[in-house]
Each structure stands twice: as C-alpha cells, then as structure tokens.
Ligand binder design. Structure first.
Ligand code: PLP
Length: 433
C-alpha cells in the first residue's frame, strides 16, 4: 500500500519508453515552443532534457508512465501544499461535484463561493477588504493592476527585475525575470512599467529605494508590484526593511502597493502571508489556494476597492469560470487543512532545518520556509544536476535570474526524512559534477 511518503524507486532509466512515446505524441500537436526550449536546454547543459510523463500521484510521490516512483520536490510549481490526491481535497471536490460543478460566475453564484470569499477577506490584515476571484495567478495580477488604474487614474507601474507575475499581457508587461518572455510582444505591452533592482542586502536596498523614490516622484506611477520573496527569480529574500520602505514610499506618493503572494502565500514561506510586516493595498493569492485545482484571489483594501463601484455598473472584471464551485470547495478545504495542521508554522521549522542540512552539505542554499533555492553557479550545471536527480528519482526545477539555481517547493507536509535523504544525494552530486 502506497503512503505517499516513500523514497524514490527507479526501475527504468527515465524517461522510459512509455514516457518517450507519449512525449512524442504531445510534441506533434502542441506549441513547438516547449520542444524548442528542451532543445536549447540540451544544448546549454549537454544533458538530455526529454521529459518523463506523470501517471499518478499520492502525497509527495509521483509515478511516471513507466512505473518509476519519484519524490516530488516541485509539488505542481508550489500549487500542491498538501501533496497529490489528498483525501480531504478529493472528498471536497467529489461532494461539490455531486451537487454542482459549474454555476453562473458572478450572475448566479453558489454558497460555497460566499464561504470561500468570507474566509479570504478575513485573511487580509485589515477589516473590510473585498475579493475578486480568478483562475490563474495571472488573473489575480490582472485584477490588481486594473484596480490600481481605477483607484489612482495613473497607468504607471513600478516592478522589479527578477520578478515574475504570469505571462498574460498585463502581468507580462511587468515581468522582470527574463527579457525573452517580453521581447517578441513588446509592441503590444505598452511602456508604462519601470523596473527597479530587487534588493538583496542593505546597500542594494538603499539604491533600490532611491530609484523607486525618483520614479514615483514623477506622479505617473499608480502602483508598485512586488513579490515579498522572489520565487521564480530563485527564492531570494530581501532585507526585512524592504516592504515597510515600499509601504512608506507608496503612502507618500499616493500609489498602491500590490503584493504578489501567489508563490509565497498560504504557508509556503513559513507564514500564511510573507508580507505580514505591512498592510498592503492589494494581496494576490493563487497556486496553493485550490489545493491542486485552479483558483486565485485578488484581495483589496476597503477604501481602494470602492473605485470599482464608481463606474456606473459597466466596469467589471469577470470570466466564464470565475467562482468555479469545484475549486471554491477545494480551496475552502485547503484553507482548513493549512489551519488545522498548522502547515505554515511547520514549513518554517522544517524549512529552517532543511536549509541548515543543505548548507552542511556545502550547498549554497537560500530562501525561507519551504521555498528554497540552491545556487549551482550557472544554468548548465543546474540543468545537468537536475537531470542527474531525475535519474535518481528526485523531481526538482531550475530557476533563478540566470537559471543557475534549483528551486524546491515540496508539499508543506512532506516527510522530513525524504528531505534529509535528498540533501545527502544532492551534496554528493554537487561534489562530483
Ligand atoms: C509570484 C508569481 N506570481 C504570479 C504567477 C503566475 O501564476 P499563474 O502561472 O497561475 O498564472 C506565478 C507563477 O509562477 C508566480 O510565481
């Protein structure tokens, strides 16, 4: 009987024949961009980059189409806080599915949406907040940026190099991670975004705040959009003064402070919100919220949110599946589990011990809670080592500003002994490659 807490078991060198055959079928019909990315990664790393194909998951384990068992240190890009196929999440989806899977968005809603929205606004650090639901993180960021436009009348945005907020047009314009994501579409992105350096220490914080101050002095900036810890940028935590300094600056300049907690939020960083040192104007949540189903939320301070009502009933932000009852039900259950099992506090403790363990192996580990980045020097080495890990049954992603890091976001309830074993395996690999 599987427990979802087992060590890797690799029976056939991955990717095995079944994974290869399914990958070939997918490559024949989906966007060629993904195969092109694999080819380019292969060229950079001189290591094969053909993917495995997932077949099933349980807890922190994933099985591929060839029957290999892996330990999942990615957990759906951080969107599986209680792992794969958690029985309580499955039961919530099943029970809601028996009643109604799809209602009528913002026209005719369901009680489960009311319950979820009440839970979400209660998480905002000030009473009276309102919420707009979406499906993806990019939806929540889009809602936040529209809110800033309505509330301030200013189109300008200050964002950060290394930041990532999704790839649909509004968040793409603010993407500071990889210029190649933006470059081909620049003509359709506008020129309203200014990028500042994301600070990593006291000296760079001073430079960043000077730049931000000058930019906001133009009077054209309606909002500052920031991740409390860079996620895709490599799990980089800024100095503690960063968010309070931005808060004070936004207050002086009359701009909104939008905090993108899509990666950090809901326990990942070791707290329910990584931005708890301040009261932001807008908090965006996503990823973990649905416990595996797509749902996101844009939480907005009461006085700011009034801007939406000023537009005579014609200015709304909605979509066919917003408020999807199935995801509202799993999100509600996911919040229950996070609370009941104290998973944010667990992430802080377990993540703290894990970083120490990784450092003891001589690895350059950084991050907070269970979002940990390991700097391996360059993209070629990070890709090479991530493939070596795959061959041993460990699922990891590469990330960072130059693709130089492994980014690790396991389920928040992962067994600590798996993290110990991983640290030893990675330490040995890093010493040999
Ligand atoms: C911080 C952050 N914001 C926004 C997004 C976009 O979320 P989605 O991919 O669900 O659109 C991501 C995705 O990785 C993210 O890490």
């Amino acid at each position: 009987m599987s427990t979802g807490r087992e060590s890797p078991e690799v029976l056939i060198a991955p990717p095995g024949p079944k994974s290869r055959a399914i990958t070939a079928r997918i490559a024949a019909v989906e966007s060629p961009a993904f195969e092109a990315r694999r080819d380019s990664r292969q060229e950079v790393s001189h290591a094969e980059q053909s993917p495995i194909v997932y077949e099933r998951g349980l807890g922190s384990n994933v099985w591929d189409a060839d029957g290999n068992r892996y330990v999942d240190l990615i957990a759906g890009f951080g969107a599986l806080p209680v792992g794969h196929e958690h029985p309580a999440i499955k039961a919530a989806a099943h029970a809601q599915g028996l009643r109604m899977s799809l209602a009528l968005g913002d026209v005719y809603s369901t009680e489960v949406k009311a319950e979820l929205c009440e839970r979400l606004v209660a998480m905002f650090p000030e009473p009276g907040a309102r919420v707009m639901l979406g499906l993806s993180g990019a939806d929540a960021i889009t809602a936040a940026l529209k809110t800033a436009m309505l509330a301030t009348g200013r189109a300008g945005l200050l964002a950060f190099r290394g930041g990532y907020h999704g790839l649909s047009y509004a968040p793409l314009a603010a993407c500071g991670l990889n210029e190649s994501f933006r470059a081909p579409f620049r003509a359709q992105l506008g020129d309203h975004v200014t990028f500042a350096h994301y600070p990593t220490d006291a000296a760079s914080l001073e430079d960043t705040m000077t730049h931000a101050e000058t930019t906001l002095a133009s009077g054209e900036i309606g909002a500052v959009l920031v991740e409390p810890i860079l996620g895709r940028g490599g799990c980089i935590a800024p100095p503690a003064d960063f968010l309070p300094s931005l808060r004070a600056l936004c207050d002086r300049a009359g701009a909104l402070l939008i905090v993108d907690e899509i990666w950090t939020g809901l326990g990942r960083s070791g707290a329910m919100l990584a931005s708890s040192s301040i009261v932001p104007d807008v908090i965006c949540l996503g990823k973990a919220l649905g416990g595996g189903l797509p749902i996101s939320a844009c939480l907005v301070r009461a006085n700011v949110m009034r801007a939406w009502a000023k537009h005579g009933g014609s200015t709304i932000h909605t979509a066919t599946h917003f408020g999807w009852p199935l995801a509202c039900a799993t999100a509600k259950e996911c919040l229950n589990l996070l609370e009941r099992e104290q998973l944010a506090a667990r992430a802080a403790v377990v993540g703290g011990r894990w970083i120490e363990r990784l450092r003891a192996e001589g690895l350059d580990a950084r991050g907070r809670g269970l979002m940990i980045g390991i700097d391996l020097g360059d993209a070629a080495r990070a890709l090479l080592i991530s493939r070596a890990l795959l061959a041993l049954g460990w699922l990891v992603l590469t990330g960072g500003l130059r693709g130089e890091a492994l980014t690790l976001t396991p389920a928040l309830d992962i067994d600590e002994s798996l993290l110990q074993d991983f640290s030893i395996t990675l330490g040995a690999l890093a010493r040999s490659k």
